[in-house]
Design a protein around this ligand. Sequence first.
Ligand code: DHE
Length: 511
Amino acid sequence: MIKKLSFFLIASLLFSQILAAESSTDNRAALNLFKKHCASCHGEDRLGLIGPPLIPQSFKRLKPAGAEQVIKDGRAATQMPSFKATLSDPQIKTLVDYIYTKPVKKPVWGMTEIINSHTITNPPESLGNTPIFKADMQNLFLVVETGDHHVTLLDGDKFEPIYRFKSHNALHGGPKYSKDGRYVYFASRDGWITKFDIYNLKVIADIRVGINTRNLAVSDDGKYIIAGNTLPHTAVILDARNLSPVKLIPVVNDHGKSSRVSAVYTAAPRKSFILALKDFPEVWEIPYNNKTSDNKPPSFKIRRIELNNYLDDFFFDQSYEHIIGAARPEGEQHPQGGQVISLTSGKKIADIDLPGMPHLSSGISWKYKDTRVIATPNIKEGLVSIIDTRNWKIIKKIKTKGPGFFIRSHEKSPYAWVDVFFGPNKDLVHIIDKQTLEIVKTLKPAPGKTSAHVEFTKDGRYALLSIWENDGAIIVYDAQTLKEVKRLPMKKPSGKYNVYNKTHLEEGTSH
Ligand code: DHE
C-alpha cells in the first residue's frame, strides 16, 4: 500500500513539475488552447489518454502540415473530430507548433517504473478452483463499459449481469482470456494490465507496462503476456501467473530508429507473438515456445520481416499464415492499396485493391461456394470488401451507408453484421447474407445513437449489439429472425467478448 502511495506521489509530483515548467514558457497561449480543446482526450501532459500521445516521438511519420490537416478535418476511423468550425488557422498552427515541441521532461517508463507499479492483490494460489456462481462458463460475455470505466460479466444464456467491477480508465482492444476461460487480461490506454479471475470474481494483479499502450496478447500455452506500447517505444513480456515482468524489449531497428507498436497478437498455430510497428515498415515475430534446458523463460528472439510499406491496419487469415493489411496515408507518399504477407516466407505475396481498412482485427472469414472469403469494412468508403483467399482477389465490394468499424458473424449464422460507425448513418447496422453477398436488412435499433460492435453467443443463436452512448444498452437479437429479444442498459458498452468464441478462434470474430 505504502509502495503504491509513494509511487503515485512521485508520479504526480513529476507531472506537476512538467506542467509548471511548460506554463512558465511563452507557450501559455498554446497551453491554454491545448487544455481547452485537446487535453480531455490526449492528457494535460500530452502523454495520451483515449487519444494518442502528442509529443514529437509520436510524429515520426506525420509532418506538421499533415497534423494541421488532421486537426482541421478529423481522422478517419478514430474518435478525433474536426476542429475546422471551432479553431482558426492561426490557432491550429499554434497548436501544431506546441505538440511538435519536446516536453520539458522526457517521459520515461523503464523496468524500474514497471516493477514499482506491480501489485498482486490476490495471489492465484490463494483462491479456490471452483466458480463461485452458476452459469455456462463457456458462454459468458465480458462487456467493457467505457462510459464509467466498468466491466460487466454477463450470463450468455439468461442475458443477465452476474457481476460488475471497476476497471482502469479507457480500456481498449479486446480483453484476452486464458484458454480455459478462467482468467482474463485487460489493457488500458494509459498502460495498465490487469489479471482478473472470473471463477472468484477477483483481481489477481495489476502492472503498468507503459505510459501509452496499444493492446496485449496471451501466448497459446497461457504462460506469457505481451503488451505493445506507443510510449515509450517498447514491448513488455509478463509472466501470466501474476504479471511479473519477464522482459522489456526496446522496439528499435538496425539503424537505431525506434517505433511505436501498432498492435501485438498471438499467432496460436505458430506459437509466436506478432508485432506490427508504426514507424518503420517491419513486422516482428517472437516465438514463445523455444524450450530452455534449465526451465528458464524462452529467449524471445526477434524475427524481423522487412516490408516495403507500413502495415497500420491489418488482420490474419484463419490459419495465421498470412497477414492482410494496409497503410494509412499520413500526409506522406505511401504506395496505395493493401498487401498480403506470408509469415512463412516473410515476403509479400499479393497486392489487394483496398481503399484502407478501418480498424485492426476487423476481418472475419467464412466458407463461400468452393472457397473461403475474408470480409472487411474500409475506412475511406462505405463498403465491405470480400476477398477470395485462393488468389487474394476482391470478388465483391458491398456498398454500405458509410465507413464501418466492426464486422462480425459466427460459423453457425448465415449473416454478417457490419456497423456504420461514422457519419450521419451511425445508427444503422447492415445485415449481409453470407452466400448471396447482399445486404438483406438494415437495422436502426436506437435512432440518432451510434450502434456498433456485435458479438454472438457460443452457439451463434443470438447476436449482441452495443448502443454506444453513456445511457446506452446491449441489445440481444435472435440471430436467425433478426428480431430484438432483450435490451440491457449499459454505460457506453464499447465491446463485448464471448469466452467460447474468443478461446476457440471462432471464424466470425477477432481473436
Ligand atoms: Fe480500437 C481493438 C487500434 C480506435 C474500440 N483497436 C483494437 C485493436 C487495435 C486497435 C490494435 C486490437 C486490439 C486487440 O483486440 O487486442 N483503435 C485502434 C486504432 O489504431 C484506432 C483507429 C485509433 C486509436 O485511437 O487508437 C482505434 N478503437 C478505436 C476507437 O475509437 C474505438 C471505437 C473506441 C475506443 O475504445 O477507443 C475503438 N478497438 C475498439 C474495440 C476493440 C478494438 C471495441 C476490440 C474489438 C474486438 O471485438 O476484439
